[in-house]
Design a protein around this ligand. Sequence first.
Ligand SMILES: [Zn+2]
Length: 179
Amino acid sequence: MDRYAALVDALRTEIPGFRIVRKDRSPLHRAIHRALIVVTFGQMRSYLDSYQTTIGKTVYVTADWDDWSSDRRYVTLRHEAVHLRQFRRLTLPVMAFLYLLVPLPMGLAYFRARFEMEAYAETIRAAAEVWGRSYPTATEYRKYVIDQFLGPSYGWMWPFRRSLERWYDGVLARLEPER
Ligand SMILES: [Zn+2]
């Protein structure tokens, strides 16, 4: 069994009710997509096509998900699994409130940034496991992840580049030694 299939199996046991659903087939996500275009002044148009999204026990995936390599799906699902656990720990209403609104919905979204730091740390660890340490260590990849926090993708959730760089490098420093 490959890593991805094994992780799906493990999550089914860990999170009863866990499921994976196509985002473009969900009326809720089509509505979120339209709302995001409005609130980000047209800068976030790729919500349906580029981002996997977890709500409660469901991971909503892009239409091309099944065409992705199993390793790529595995790395992304490791990130989403962190969100599944956050929802379980905090419950859906508390998680949604903190994630979307506290202290601000955009520009300074402290809790969203904390939740995503926890999840992207897992992305970094999973990428190192699958593709080797050089993958998340690469300048381009580090910039890509940090830009998720600084840019419109998540509503400019955290503006402090230096603190994000320190966080990222701290995650790299704590990676397991390569086998
Ligand atoms: Zn995330």
